[in-house]
Design a protein around this ligand. Structure first.
Ligand code: MN
Ligand code: MN
Length: 360
């Protein structure tokens, strides 16, 4: 997909420009937000959904960065590494919108990090999903607290926060975003793992004001938004055809942030590419409802903003970007860490985990 963000930049920087929504529109909670399927019956009058067939040029346009989007791989692509790695098109930046594990176990994280490290994309940007329960420092849905601490080499008395930090340190070959922004050659990417609450899972939050307060942190000048949750109405239907996306995320994206691209996953059945005429919505779930990795990655090319060229990107390193995040003060330092795992025991535990009834 091709895009041009220069118009948007002018649009946002010119207070006199014509637009239907005011700049920095304040988003209000939808009264029926707790019943998204019913709410969509009303909101769909205001939000056109165009399903678009996506394709990309074999030759990347000059002065652009090629993004490759995946989500919800659920530890299903690492085991057949060569097979699935060949299905991931080459590109500059790989985006992963969360649920890369089944249960956030340190052994799964290490395996995922290793898989990502071997892919050719220069930079990989990742947020978490509700399955990464161990990443939730509030202990949103930890399933095997004893084993998690054992694998991390932490005492059993370690807090959820210490476990979360230990798990995130295992992702040392990617850029992990949790409610934070990274700027790559002038392109701003914001990542957040939160989803509307259901059952016991990580990063779950009540619909309405609690979730809106999380979305309110998304900067208005975000170019590419990476969330785990879909917005309401765009690739958010379950296999029983119910809309379960977040209305406050939809309003935040369409009325305030208006990113060029919104990439997410979580609802595997909603895989596909959509547009409302302004933002391209990409549900990049690789796994289907049976947790089999059957959906193709989605690719788009993003033109570099004025003043940047591909040479700038080729000079960027993961370390440089991680330093940028350290300077922003919102990111803890990652470090190389090797942990000796008892794989037999771990595989037994993971295989024993019940998949959640919803394929999320
Ligand atoms: Mn999910
Ligand atoms: Mn999932």
């Amino acid at each position: 997909m091709n895009s041009s963000n220069s118009q948007k930049r002018r649009h946002k920087s010119n207070p006199g420009s014509q637009q239907t929504e005011p700049l920095n529109a304040k988003i209000e909670v939808e009264p029926n937000t707790h019943n998204p399927d019913l709410l969509w019956e009303t909101l769909k009058q205001l939000h056109p959904v165009y399903r678009i067939g996506w394709s990309y040029a074999a030759t990347q346009p000059p002065d652009s960065l090629r993004f490759v989007c995946i989500s919800d791989t659920h530890a299903a692509i690492e085991s057949g590494r060569i097979k699935f790695a060949n299905k991931i098109p080459n590109g500059d930046i790989l985006l992963h919108a969360g649920d890369f594990t089944m249960a956030g176990m340190p052994c799964e994280i290490t395996s995922f990090n290793s898989f990502m490290a071997h892919l050719p994309h220069r930079i990989k940007v990742v947020t978490a999903g509700n399955h990464e329960v161990t990443f939730d420092e509030f202990g949103g849905g930890g399933t095997h607290p004893t084993l998690e601490r054992l694998q991390l080499g932490l005492p059993q008395t370690a807090s959820h926060k210490e476990v979360a930090q230990g798990c995130k340190e295992l992702l040392h070959d990617v850029l992990y975003l949790e409610d934070e922004v990274i700027e790559i050659c002038g392109i701003k990417i914001y990542g957040t793992p939160w989803v509307p609450r259901f059952g016991t899972s990580g990063f779950s939050c009540s619909r309405g004001l609690p979730l809106l307060e999380i979305w309110d942190k998304i900067p208005t000048d975000t170019d590419i938004l990476l969330t785990h949750s879909p917005p309401l109405g765009y690739g958010d239907t379950t296999k029983s055809d119910k809309h379960v996306g977040c209305a406050e995320l939809l309003n935040t994206v369409t009325k305030r942030v208006k990113p060029k691209f919104h990439v997410y996953g979580h609802i595997h059945n909603g895989y596909g590419v959509f547009s409302n005429g302004k933002t391209t919505f990409i549900n990049a779930s690789v796994c289907n409802d049976q947790y089999r990795p059957v959906h193709e990655p989605v690719v788009f090319d993003f033109p570099l903003p004025p003043g940047y060229c591909r040479g700038d990107f080729m000079k960027l390193s993961l370390e440089t970007l991680q330093e940028q995040r350290l300077l922003s003060g919102s990111f803890m330092k990652t470090r190389k860490k090797e942990t000796a795992f008892n794989m037999t025991k771990i595989e037994k535990v993971i295989n024993g985990i019940d998949a959640q009834t919803a394929s999320d």
